[in-house]
Design a protein around this ligand. Structure first.
Ligand SMILES: Nc1ncnc2c1ncn2[C@@H]1O[C@H](COP(=O)(O)OP(=O)(O)OP(=O)(O)O)[C@@H](O)[C@H]1O
Ligand SMILES: [Mg+2]
Length: 261
C-alpha cells in the first residue's frame, strides 16, 4: 500500500515539531517557532529561499543539532541525538572512494554491527531496483553523477529506515536524471512505506514528489504556507504537466512570492 494511505489512517502523528526555534552562536535566528505534525508514510517537501533554515530543520530532525527552544519527537520519543533507524541522503553523494559500490551501500549496517547475509541480499536488491546490480564491484570514480546519487539512495535505504531525511539530493543532477530519480523515489516509497522529509529549491520537484509542501519564508525561517498535494497515486511523469500540478506550482510560487496575480 502506498505510504500516503497509511498516513491518513494513522491517529497519532509520526513526528512532531513543536515551537522549534534555532539560534546559532553569534545570534543568527535560523528558525523561529516552527510547528509541524508529520504523518506516517508521507513525503513532506520543505521549499523555501536560500538561508531560510531548511537544512537546519533537517539536521535537528536527524538529531545532529539541537533546537534552542521547543522540541522534536518521532513516535513519541524526543530526538536528542542521532538515531540508528533514520536514513540520510544529501546533495553530494559522499561515497567512500576506496570502497566498492556494494560496500558503500553496506556502510550503515556495518557501523551498526549488523553486516550479515540478509543485509548483503537487501543491498543487492536495492542496487537492482536502481539499475546498478552489475556495478556492485566498481569504485565510485567509475560511476556517473546520477549513478553515484543512486548508490547514495541505496545506502540511505539499506537498513530500512523509518524516516528518510533528504537535503536537495537531486540538486546536482541534470534534468533527465533528476526526473528518473523522482520516479525511482516514488517506486521505493511504494515498496518501503518510509516517511520522508525532502528539502528542495524546485517548486516542480516539490509538487511532483510531495503529499504536503511546507513553504518557508525568508530568515528567520517560518512556515508561511502548507499545501496539500492531492495528485493521485501511482504518480506518473505525465502528471507533471497536468493543469492540477500547474495549479499547485502556482500556489507554491505565490506563497514564495515569486508568482504575482
Ligand atoms: N553552523 C552554523 N553556524 C552559524 N550559523 C549557521 C550555521 N548553519 C546555518 N547557519 C545560518 O542559519 C541560517 C539557515 O541556514 P540553513 O543552512 O539552514 O539554510 P537553508 O534553507 O538550508 O539554505 P540553502 O537553501 O542555501 O541550503 C543561515 O542564515 C545560515 O547562515
Ligand atoms: Mg540547505
Amino acid at each position: 500500500m502506498a505510504g500516503p494511505d497509511k498516513g491518513r489512517m494513522a491517529e497519532q502523528p509520526f513526528g512532531r515539531i513543536e515551537a522549534v526555534t534555532k539560534t546559532y552562536p553569534g545570534g543568527i535566528v535560523a528558525l523561529e517557532r516552527v510547528d509541524y505534525d508529520l504523518r506516517a508514510g508521507e513525503l513532506v517537501a520543505l521549499l523555501g529561499p536560500s538561508g531560510c533554515g531548511k537544512t537546519t530543520l533537517l539536521r535537528m530532525m536527524a538529531g545532529l543539532t539541537r533546537p534552542s527552544a521547543g522540541r522534536i519527537s518521532i513516535r513519541g520519543k524526543i530526538i536528542d541525538g542521532p538515531q540508528p533507524d533514520f536514513g540520510f541522503a544529501f546533495q553530494s553523494p559522499n561515497l567512500l572512494p576506496w570502497r566498492s559500490v556494494l560496500d558503500n551501500v553496506l556502510f550503515p549496517v556495518e557501523i551498526a554491527g549488523r553486516l550479515d547475509t540478509r543485509a548483503r541480499d537487501r543491498a543487492m536488491e536495492l542496487l537492482d531496483v536502481v539499475g546498478l546490480k552489475g556495478f556492485s564491484r566498481l569504485r565510485p570514480h567509475q560511476l556517473s553523477g546520477g549513478m553515484k546519487q543512486r548508490v547514495s539512495l541505496c545506502r540511505a535505504l539499506v537498513h530500512a529506515p523509518s524516516l528518510l531525511l533528504m537535503d536537495e539530493p537531486f540538486g546536482a543532477l541534470d534534468e533527465l536524471t533528476r526526473m528518473e530519480m523522482h520516479d525511482l523515489l516514488h517506486a521505493i516509497r511504494q515498496s518501503s512505506g518510509a516517511t520522508i522529509m525532502f528539502v528542495t529549491h524546485s517548486i516542480a520537484e516539490a509538487v511532483y514528489l510531495a503529499d504536503e509542501i511546507l513553504v518557508m519564508g525568508p530568515r528567520p525561517g517560518r512556515v508561511v504556507e502548507r499545501i496539500r498535494v492531492e495528485l493521485s497515486y501511482p504518480r506518473r511523469s505525465a502528471q507533471r504537466y497536468s493543469a492540477e500540478a500547474r495549479e499547485y506550482e502556482r500556489q507554491a510560487g505565490a506563497a514564495l512570492g515569486v508568482v504575482h496575480a
